[in-house]
Write a new protein. Structure first.
Length: 162
C-alpha cells in the first residue's frame, strides 16, 4: 500500500482595502480571460502576515497600507490557505510596483492593472473568488462587524462567471 502525502503549497495573504467608498483590485487579463482579483501573494519564510500584506500591496499596487484585522481564512482543498485581511489606506496611487517583474509581461498574454473600483460596482464585476466577493459585498453593508470567518472552498466547484 502506497503512502500518499499531499504537498501543501505556500499560504497566501490578501489585502482588502476600502478607501473613500472604493476597493483596491487588480484588473487581470490572463490568456484572453478578463477578471479582477484582490491584491496579495505568498508569505515568505519568516515573514509575518502583516509584513507580507505591506510588502505585497506595495509590490503589486504601490499603495502603502496599515494591516487591520483578519476577515476570512480560506482553506483551498486542504492544499493551501488564503488569509483575507482588512487594511487601512495610508498613501499612494495604484500602479504596479517598481520591483514587480510582471510589468514586462513578455509574451503579451498577461496584463495587471491595480485600480480603485467603487464598492457599488462590485456585484457587476467578475472578481475571483466570487464566493469571497459575495461575502465582501455583504460585509461592506454591515461595516465588517462579523467575526473572522473560516471557509472551505474546492477550486473545482467555485463559480467561474456571474
Amino acid at each position: 500500500m502506497k503512502n500518499i502525502t499531499q504537498v501543501r503549497k505556500v499560504d497566501r495573504i490578501v489585502v482588502i482595502l476600502i478607501h473613500d467608498n472604493n476597493v483596491l483590485l487588480m484588473y487581470r487579463i490572463n490568456q484572453d480571460k478578463k477578471y479582477y482579483i484582490f491584491p496579495g501573494g505568498g508569505i515568505d519564510a519568516g515573514e509575518t502576515h502583516r509584513e507580507a500584506l505591506e510588502r505585497e500591496c506595495m509590490e503589486e499596487t504601490s499603495i502603502k497600507i496599515k494591516p487591520g484585522r483578519l476577515l476570512y481564512e480560506v482553506d483551498w482543498d486542504h492544499a493551501t490557505k488564503q488569509f483575507f485581511w482588512a487594511c487601512s489606506y495610508i498613501e499612494g496611487i495604484p500602479a504596479l510596483g517598481d520591483f514587480n517583474e510582471r510589468e514586462a509581461m513578455k509574451d503579451g498574454t498577461q496584463f495587471y492593472d491595480p485600480q480603485w473600483i467603487p464598492t457599488s460596482q462590485l456585484k457587476e464585476l467578475l472578481i475571483y473568488p466570487l464566493e469571497i466577493r459575495d461575502l465582501i459585498i455583504h460585509d461592506i453593508k454591515n461595516n465588517f462587524t462579523t467575526e473572522k470567518r473560516d471557509i472551505y472552498l474546492e477550486i473545482n466547484t467555485c463559480r467561474q462567471s456571474i
